[in-house]
Design a protein around this ligand. Structure first.
Ligand SMILES: O=C(O)CCC(=O)c1ccccc1C(=O)O
Ligand SMILES: [Mg+2]
Length: 305
């Protein structure tokens, strides 16, 4: 098989900047790739790296695209090195789009988590997501001082309906002591806090494993399992908590399928703020591989202008 290959960098402004422990993110840069087969069928793929999360940079992805010939084969695609995981996803999912018909894709049984704004803005904005039908929410922590965040959290939890589930995403921004304080706070609210996501930095794996043994509140790894290699390593090192998988940067979809089918892991699928192209490919994987019906982190409130 041989495909005509072309690509185009795009850049989109968020309707509202994304605020995390890593800083303020205002513009999403991606690369849209196009494959055309010998019969003239056109299929698309998306490369949307997040380098601060552990994937390649957009520049590295662009450099890779530039050095490819204008005609490429599946062999070239399956040979993309592991250091370019967002490229592996973009090219392999474009190729897969030749095989499967979109009507077979089953997203219907997925439920969605809505991303709340960081800081105290959450207090007057969660209702709009609730009114849109979201029942699971994610709020970023580790952005401001912990005492301030705990105050906002207390108001939030008093106001949120009991049936709502809340995820707290620290993006690795807590100290061990702060993580314990958050976990202790959550213990008394057990069924309202679905999990705390990536409380500590990536290099604090054993501490997170310890915390997940010491508290009933669940912990989800995210940055620690950004790529398939990391996912496999954390599993080997005994992580049996939740794994957040961002298909857009985790790497090869076929290798991801194999891993998820081999190991019965507790998984949450999550967006990298991709366009409709990457979103469809990622949700297809989520639909195939979500075993536990946890809401997917693909709420649509945070997209582009
Ligand atoms: O998972 C979600 O609910 C939304 C997506 C999300 O939070 C996210 C999106 C882009 C980069 C990092 C993250 C993150 O989970 O930390
Ligand atoms: Mg996260």
């Amino acid at each position: 098989m041989i495909y005509q290959f072309s690509f185009r960098p795009i850049s989109q402004k968020f309707t509202r900047p994304v605020i995390t422990n890593h800083g303020i993110w205002e513009i999403r840069e991606s690369i849209i790739i196009r494959l055309i087969d010998v019969t003239g069928r056109v299929r698309w793929g998306e490369i949307s790296p997040i380098s601060w999360f552990g994937s390649e940079t957009v520049e590295q992805a662009l450099k890779f695209c530039h050095q490819l010939p204008t005609e490429i084969t599946p062999e070239i695609i399956f040979d993309i090195p592991d250091k370019l995981p967002a490229c592996q996803f973009g090219f392999e999912s474009a190729l897969e789009n030749f095989q499967e018909k979109p009507e077979f894709i089953n997203y219907q049984n997925l439920t969605y988590s809505g991303l709340l704004p960081a800081g105290e803005a959450v207090l007057n904005q969660w209702t709009s997501l609730w009114n849109q039908g979201y029942k699971t929410f994610k709020w970023k922590i580790g952005v401001d001082e912990i005492s301030k965040e705990l105050n906002i959290f207390n108001s939030l939890i008093q106001n949120l309906p009991n049936s709502a589930k809340l995820r707290l995403d620290a993006n690795g921004g807590l100290s061990y002591q702060e993580a314990k304080l958050w976990l202790t706070t959550c213990e008394s609210l057990k069924n309202r806090i679905e999990f705390i996501e990536q409380p500590l930095p990536v290099d604090k794996f054993s501490e997170m494993r310890e915390l997940s043994n010491d508290y009933d509140t669940k912990i989800a790894l995210d940055e620690s399992v950004a790529t398939l290699q990391q996912l496999e390593d954390c599993y080997k090192q005994g992580w049996r908590g939740i794994f957040v998988i961002k298909p857009g940067i985790v790497g090869s979809p076929s290798r991801l399928r194999k891993f998820c089918q081999q190991h019965q892991i507790d998984v949450v699928f999550s967006s990298v703020f991709e366009t409709e192209i990457g979103r469809q490919a990622a949700l297809k994987l989520a639909g195939e591989l979500s075993r536990n019906h946890r809401a997917v982190g693909f709420g649509i409130n945070h997209y582009f202008i």
